[in-house]
Design a protein around this ligand. Structure first.
Ligand SMILES: *Cc1c(COP(=O)(O)O)cnc(C)c1O
Length: 365
């Protein structure tokens, strides 16, 4: 029996990649902002419609460095319904995460619950465009302006998304994108920070290169976050096919929706208004469905289909934090984490396979 994973990394034609890296055997410039790195930065600025973009070796280091670049102290209001990276980036910067609940519609931060969490120690808001569902950026930025807070988005899931025709990376003070192998657009491992303030570029470029601004000038305490030329070459190739990949994902998502839309007790992912989506994930939430989420997960697995519990548990429950947080403070997020399943989704998942996955789910009622 053929198995189906939750995702499949998109790759260019083999010859395409080989062609792209050939140059590297001639110039022997393998990392440290070489020609591929420069080209990818320029092409991504264009594709994402943003004036400032700095590449990183991965999305997590991009997020940690973005946070570091603002010299924050104190508390950061964020969401526990996300991948480990978001919360770890806050804690590893010596900042305290303060968890805001999510809304039950698209699982992004509930903007009605942000202001009650603001104290004199609050320095920033770090919302997540979870599943490529865009946060209510207008509300978040209004609150941030009123209280003089920075807004840094975890846009790891939102590559290429637009709100009212505007690239999602142009919102807030900065956004982090992940180009990990499992994401819609990949550079094997990789990531970027986008921003509008040109001064941020100077700090981010130094911070990703050991804090150095020149060989003899080290004004910051930085690490090593540089993307190498092989990663950048993969990005240049994948970028040529990205629109087709997103188009094919859209067809898969529409097929899932047709199959599952009318099932009682099942919340199925829906498009948001005024948003251009990238179809990164297809989450379904089992509310009062015959079988539980875990039972359906097990049944799919028996058929060789590997769905994933994105995101379970809440990051506020991690043992690394030794009960510092109270997961009960975000009941909506807790409910979703306990009942959500992300179904397999990638551009060349066949519609017959989608039908088969949906039939198994229907049989669980
Ligand atoms: C993938 C991901 C990250 C981390 O990105 P990497 O490129 O894997 O380091 C951060 N946040 C979220 C929500 C993610 O899904």
């Amino acid at each position: 029996m053929k198995s189906i994973q939750v995702t499949k990394s998109s790759m260019p034609y083999y010859e395409d990649y080989v062609n792209e890296i050939k140059e590297l055997w001639e110039n022997r410039w393998l990392t440290n902002m070489g020609i591929k790195h420069q080209r990818l930065e320029a092409e991504l600025k264009n594709y994402l419609d943003i004036s400032g973009l700095t590449l990183f070796v991965n999305g997590h280091i991009a997020l940690e460095t973005a946070l570091q670049s603002f010299n924050l102290e104190g508390e950061v209001i964020t969401t526990p319904f996300t991948f480990a990276s978001t919360t770890q980036a806050i804690v590893r910067n010596g900042l305290t995460p303060v968890f805001c609940d999510v809304n039950p519609k698209d699982y992004t931060m509930d903007t009605m619950k942000i202001e009650e969490l603001i104290t004199e120690r609050t320095a920033a808001i770090l919302p997540v465009h979870v599943y490529g569902n865009l946060c209510n950026m207008e509300a978040i930025e209004k609150i941030a302006e009123k209280h003089n807070l920075k807004v840094i988005y975890d846009a790891a899931h939102a590559f290429g998304c637009k709100y009212k025709g505007r690239g999602v990376g142009t919102f807030g003070d900065a956004s982090m994108f992940s180009f990990h192998a499992t994401k819609v657009f990949n550079t094997i491992e990789g990531g970027a920070v986008t921003y509008r303030d040109p001064e941020l570029k100077v700090r981010l470029e130094a911070l990703k290169n050991f804090g150095m601004s020149s060989p003899e000038e080290v004004p910051y305490i930085g690490g090593n976050g540089k993307m190498n030329e092989f990663q950048a070459a993969m990005g240049l190739c994948n970028l040529r096919y990205i629109d087709g990949e997103i188009e094919r994902r859209k067809k898969v998502v529409q097929r899932y929706q047709q199959n599952l839309m009318d099932l009682e007790g099942l919340d199925v992912w829906k498009e948001q208004r005024e948003v251009k989506h990238n179809y990164a994930y297809f989450p379904v939430v089992f509310r009062n469905y015959g079988k539980s989420r875990d039972q359906v997960l097990g049944e799919l697995k028996r058929e060789g289909i590997f769905a994933r519990k994105y995101f379970y548990p809440l990051t506020s429950e991690f043992s690394s934090y030794h009960d510092r947080f109270e997961p009960g403070d975000t009941p909506v997020a807790g409910d979703v984490a306990g009942s959500v399943l992300c179904l397999p989704l990638y551009g060349d998942l066949s519609l017959e396979d989608v039908d088969r996955i949906c039939q198994i789910i229907k049989n669980q009622r």
